[in-house]
Design a protein around this ligand. Sequence first.
Ligand code: FHN
Length: 419
Amino acid sequence: MFIHWGLYAVPAGMWKGEAVHGFGEWLMFRKRIPLAEYGKLAGQFNPADFNADEWVKIARDAGMKYIVITAKHHDGFAMFKSECSDYNIYDATPFKRDPMKELAEACGKYGLKLCFYYSQAQDWAHPGGLNNTWDYDPAEKDFEKYYNEKCAPQIRELLTNYGPIGILWCDTPGVMEKKYAKAIVELVRSLQPDCLINTRVGHEYGDYTSMSDNAIPRFAYKKPWETPATLNDTWGFKTGDRKWKTASELIRLLVDINGKGGNYLLNVGPDAKGVIPAESAGILRQVGEWMKINGDSIYGTVASPEDPYMNNWGNITYKPGKLYLHVYKWPDEARMIYLMHMRAEVTKAYFLAQPDKEIPVFEGMRPSTDGGEPVVTQRYVPGNTTYWTMVRLPEKPITDPDTVICLELDREMEFGELI
Ligand code: FHN
């Protein structure tokens, strides 16, 4: 679960009675709000309903395994207690709590990994940070000073005060010079060698690839990767944004991403009271219901051997020795799925929703297309080049919006082998 939470939750996309276009967390930039004025939002920020356990449980119940939260976004306001800048939630707001501490405890309790988003280059509150050109003269920008005074010390705090951190999630490196990306990587390695860094640290550093926002590659991508994505249109809370994706859409996107070997980092934008919007929580709960039954087809998967197909019935995810057929659309009256050229024998088949009830698997015959019970038939002749596997589906889906069939195989398949 991605969480964008900061001072921008107070105006929630509105400024002086006007609805401001764009992401909620970009409000200060969009309206070129002077820091002295924007900073006053801190006095109104008292998210008394924040409950770390509830947030972590929402993530856990949706089937999520890690949380990435904005410790500091581009506005420069730290959402943790910081010794190097009192422009932070503990010192500058009436809230007087450190939500990152509370989240670290809750993540430990419920077994999720906590990760920190840190805007390493853009900082609209520090004179040396990138992109605040309305308070500070660009010609006088001293990035080195910003890096030494704020960026590096805050990253040090984040990786020192909150236990093991899964990822330092950097963003928008912009024109930041290579030496700073290198220095951040070295700093993280020195403090927590197991902490991952995403490629948005810049200059081709990083342990895994952050795709563009909401972007899914057309084909499987062999290096580890992740798609950060919104649940509606904004990242940071905006009252006016009602464009929620449905649970069905999210499940299909998740399957698409997992089938191509990636991870889905799905965002929520809590409000100024500290509450994850009920719509987001409700949609994630529905995803979680599906995940409880079908999670085996998602966790631990690698790029599917089937890439780059688009089927008329659904999609495939894969982990060594197991092929998961995700059926979204019942193909035709015969309810038949055809997999061609599968150079592996199906040894066992079952719906994830009915793991104890095996689907019969027959060798060497074509199933009748006149309907009937679910069945898998295959023609498998080692050494031969033409193989096929057919799966007859039940009359109706078993789990909406995606019924998953697991085919256990006698061997591991290579990426791209199912063509
Ligand atoms: O500018 C940010 C944006 O506000 C948001 O944080 C997203 C999340 O991936 N990253 C940047 C734009 O790519």
